[in-house]
Ligand binder design. Structure first.
Ligand SMILES: [Ca+2]
Length: 241
């Protein structure tokens, strides 16, 4: 990922600061650690999914970044190994007065990384996933074409979501599904159903696979419904490119 594209244009110092307390182990999850800067008044949850280097003054190369799970007005909770950031690394133990920096790796409008990837899978070890790190479509229109972006997040992309379900066919027995899809050539989807998504014994059954995209939405019809179907729940997942 181009460092320039995610750093240039960031309001300088907007999210930087200095901890007011030593970090503490979360009481709710032993793999979460909480930091506090009592001088801040952040919006709750505004940093969820972003990354933080909690010792930016010591780790200038920014190796040490943690995924932010949640935040309150003055605290930030991250996924972290408590032992690693305290006992195993006493020099890097996050204490009061350490400085931190928060990073957002989502591309900004105008980033040179938008639509500059390669849709054709470059192969191992860089297999193109079906979704980005936000679980949105991996290939989406940025500003020039339906081309994958560089980096972990696809700019302006949308999640895969079923937008319409309706009965069709002469007997009204077929069910037509429509979902948000990517028009990128070769994008494929799998269609699933189950009768009780909350059942502990029944799983999802695949109705069809590798359904080719039809554009910005894709429609597929379930003609397999028995005379007395009861309930039927649907989901669509990403097939492959
Ligand atoms: Ca794109």
């Amino acid at each position: 990922m181009s460092k320039e594209s995610v750093v240039v244009g960031d309001p300088p110092g907007e999210w930087d600061g200095t901890w007011s307390e030593d970090c503490v182990l979360s009481q709710n999850n032993k793999y979460q650690v909480i930091f506090e800067d009592s001088s801040k008044n952040w919006a709750p949850s505004e940093f969820v999914g972003k990354f933080i280097n909690p010792v930016a003054d010591l780790d200038l190369e920014q190796h040490r970044q943690f995924l932010i799970v949640s935040n309150t007005s003055s605290t930030i909770t991250v996924w972290a190994d408590w032992k690693m950031i305290t006992e195993d690394s006493p020099d890097l133990w996050v204490k009061e007065e350490h400085k931190y920096q928060i990073y957002d790796f989502h591309l900004r409008s105008g980033s040179p990384c938008i639509d500059k990837g390669t849709n054709s899978d470059p192969g191992i070890p860089f297999n193109l996933p079906s979704i980005d790190k936000d679980e949105n479509h991996r290939i989406w229109y940025g500003n020039t074409s339906w081309t994958v972006d560089m980096g972990a997040f696809e700019f302006d992309s949308e999640p895969l979501a079923i937008t319409n379900i309706e009965r069709t066919g002469d007997e009204g027995t077929d069910i037509e599904l429509t979902w948000i899809s990517s028009p990128a050539a070769g994008t494929k989807y799998d269609v699933w159903y189950c009768e009780d998504p909350y059942s502990s014994t029944e799983g999802w059954s695949k109705l069809d696979e590798n359904v080719l995209t039809e554009g910005s939405t894709t429609t597929w019809t379930d003609t397999s419904i028995p005379p007395d179907p009861g309930h039927r729940f649907y989901k669509v997942s990403y097939g492959s490119y």
